[in-house]
Write a protein that binds this ligand. Structure first.
Ligand code: HEM
Length: 467
C-alpha cells in the first residue's frame, strides 16, 4: 500500500481533536501544553537518549546501551501516546525559561520544513551552540543574507539539483581504489569486515573527494574534526576550543587555496562568492556529515545481507551499470535511504520560530525551539504498513508534500544539499563490495518483518567470501 493510503483519515477525528474542537471560542490559544510530568517523560525518553548517544558525534558505548535497552522504541511509543492525547499539536513542553514544542502532525512537518527559514529558522539555539565548536559560520546556523549566500555556495559546490554530481567521473576511480584496498585488508584477515576498517576506507574516499588526493592519509584532519565534534556534543556546556577550531579552518582554507584537481574544494574555489560565503566554514559540515553516511552504508550492507532477493536485484543493477562511468544504481540508493529511514542519523530536526506562528489549535510564540522527531514519523506502524520492514520501493518516486513525511535528509527549502552526493558515493562504494564478494551478516540476526528500532553500526560484523 502506498503511504498516501495510510494517512490518517480526516473523517475520523482522533480523541483529543474531538475534545479540543467544539465551540470556536474554545480554540486553543496558546497551543496545548504537556503537563510537567509528560514534559519530563518526553525529555527523558525522547530527547535524552538522542543527546546521550551524541548528537554531533556518536558515543559508541552509549549507542550500545540504547540498543540493548530498546530506548529508541520507547521514544517512539512516548510520542505516539502524546499524539493520541493531544491530536495534531504542536505540543508545547513545560520547561521553565524555554519555549519548546514537539511536532505531532504529518502536515505540520511539511509546513515547518517548507516555511524555513522564515518563520522556522534552521539556525536554532541548541544547534548553534553545538555547531559553533567547529563551523561558526556554517549555512545551517546562519540566518538572513548570510544564510542565503552560504546555502547557495553549498548547493552549487555539492551540485544539489543533480543525482549525479558533475564531477562524478573523477570520484568513481577513488571509490573503486579505496574499496579494492578495503577488500584486500578484509581478505588478509580471513574475510572479517568490521566497522573500523570500513570507516577508515570510507574516510579515505571522503578526504580525496572533498579535499584532494594528497589528503588521503591525513587522518590528523579527521581526528581534529572528531575532537571538535565531541566538544560540540556538549554544546554550551563546554567552552569552544578556539585554537583547534582555527587550525581546522586554516587547514581547510589551505586545501581550498591549493584546489587539487578533481576535488570539490577546487570546484568550490572556482565558484562566484559573496562577501559572507565563508567557504572554509561550510566544509566542516561535509566532513562531519560523511560520518553518518558511513554508518548508514554499513547498516545498508546489513539490510541487503539479510534480504537475499533484494541483494540479487541490486547485483543485477550493479552488473548493468558496469559500462557506465558513474552509474545511478537506484536500488542501492533506495536501500541507503531505507537504512536512513529505519535508523535516522539526524533523528531530531530543529527549527526556531522567528515570530509568533498560528496553527489550527493555537499560536506558537516567537523564539520557540521546534522539534521534529523523525523516528516518530518514520517508524509509525499505526500509519505505515512498512514501518518496521525494509521497503526500498517507497523511494521509487520522488516524495512530495502529499506523501507521509519521510525526512532522513530533512525537506523543504533547507533540505540537505549533500543528499545526492551522499547517495552517489555510498551506492557506488557498496556496489564495489557487493559486486565482488558474498556478504554474510555474522554479528546480528535481522528479522525482516520486524527490524529493530536501533541497529548499532559499531558492532556490526560481516563475513566476506568469493562470489
Ligand atoms: C547520511 C548522511 C547525511 C544525512 C542523513 C544528512 C542529513 C541532513 C539533514 C537532516 C539536514 C538538515 C538539518 C536541519 O535542518 O537541521 C542536513 C543539512 C545539511 N547537510 Fe546533510 N546529511 C548527510 C550528509 C551530508 C553530506 C555528506 C554533506 C556534504 C557533503 C551534507 C551537507 C549538508 C549541509 C551543507 C546542510 C545545511 C543545509 C542548510 O543550511 O540549509 N550533508 N543534512
Amino acid at each position: 500500500m502506498s503511504p498516501e493510503h495510510n494517512r490518517p483519515t480526516t473523517g475520523s477525528m482522533r480523541p483529543v481533536e474531538a475534545a479540543h474542537s467544539a465551540p470556536a471560542t474554545a480554540v486553543h490559544n496558546p497551543l496545548p501544553h504537556a503537563n510537567p510530568l509528560e514534559t519530563l517523560a518526553i525529555l527523558s525518553e525522547v530527547e535524552l537518549p538522542t543527546i546521550a548517544k551524541g548528537p554531533i558525534i556518536r558515543r559508541p558505548k552509549v549507542v550500545g546501551v540504547v540498543e540493548r535497552l530498546g530506548l529508541e522504541a520507547r521514544a517512539v511509543k512516548r510520542m505516539q501516546k502524546m499524539s493520541e492525547k493531544y491530536g495534531k499539536g504542536p505540543l508545547m513542553l513545560s520547561i521553565p525559561g524555554m519555549n519548546m514544542a514537539t511536532v505531532l502532525d504529518p502536515e505540520h512537518v511539511h509546513r515547518i520544513l517548507e516555511e524555513s527559514p522564515e518563520p522556522f529558522a534552521p539556525a536554532e539555539m541548541l544547534k548553534r551552540n553545538a555547531l559553533k565548536h567547529f563551523e561558526p559560520k556554517s549555512s545551517l546556523i546562519s540566518h538572513g543574507g548570510e544564510r542565503t549566500q552560504r546555502r547557495k555556495l553549498n548547493e552549487q559546490a555539492l551540485d544539489h539539483g543533480h543525482p549525479i554530481h558533475r564531477m562524478a567521473e573523477s570520484f568513481m576511480p577513488v571509490v573503486e581504489q579505496e574499496a579494492a584496498e578495503l577488500l584486500k585488508t578484509v581478505d588478509a584477515q580471513g574475510g572479517v569486515l568490521a566497522y573500523p576498517d570500513f570507516l577508515d576506507a570510507w574516510f579515505k574516499v571522503v578526504r580525496r573527494v572533498v579535499l584532494g588526493e594528497s589528503y588521503r592519509d591525513d587522518k590528523q584532519l579527521t581526528e581534529l574534526t572528531e575532537k571538535l565534534r565531541a566538544d560540540g556534543n556538549w554544546a554550551f556546556f563546554k567552552p569552544v576550543d578556539k585554537t583547534g577550531r582555527e587550525s581546522l579552518l586554516q587547514q581547510i582554507k589551505a586545501a581550498l587555496d591549493k584546489g587539487e584537481p578533481g576535488s570539490i574544494a577546487a570546484f568550490m574555489s572556482s565558484l562566484e562568492m559573496g562577501s559572507e560565503s565563508s567557504p572554509e566554514n561550510q566544509i566542516p559540515q561535509w566532513l562531519f556529515a560523511f560520518d553518518p553516511a558511513g554508518m548508514a552504508s554499513f547498516r545498508t550492507l546489513a539490510l541487503l545481507a539479510s534480504h537475499p532477493d533484494r541483494l540479487d536485484a541490486a547485483r543485477l543493477q550493479i552488473a548493468q551499470g558496469q559500462e557506465e562511468k558513474a552509474p545511478m544504481l537506484p536500488l542501492l540508493r533506495a536501500s541507503v535511504l531505507e537504512s536512513l529511514r529505519l535508523w535516522a542519523t539526524t533523528p531530531m530536526i530543529l527549527r526556531e520560530t522567528t515570530r509568533d506562528v498560528e496553527f489550527e489549535h493555537g499560536v506558537m510564540p516567537a523564539g520557540t525551539t521546534v522539534l521534529i522527531f523523525a523516528p516518530f514519523f518514520h517508524r509509525d506502524e499505526r500509519n505505515l504498513d512498512f514501518a518496521h520492514r525494509f521497503a526500498p520501493e517507497v523511494w521509487d518516486k520522488p516524495r512530495t508534500r502529499a506523501d507521509w513525511p519521510l525526512v532522513p535528509f530533512s525537506g523543504g527549502t533547507a533540505i540537505c544539499p549533500g543528499r545526492h552526493l551522499v547517495l552517489l558515493l555510498t551506492s557506488n562504494f557498496l556496489a564495489q563490495i557487493l559486486g565482488q564478494r558474498d556478504v554474510e551478516l555474522t554479528s546480528h540476526t535481522l528479522e525482516p518483518g520486524n527490524l529493530p528500532a536501533l541497529l548499532n553500526n559499531f558492532t556490526l560484523e560481516f563475513e566476506l567470501s568469493a562470489l
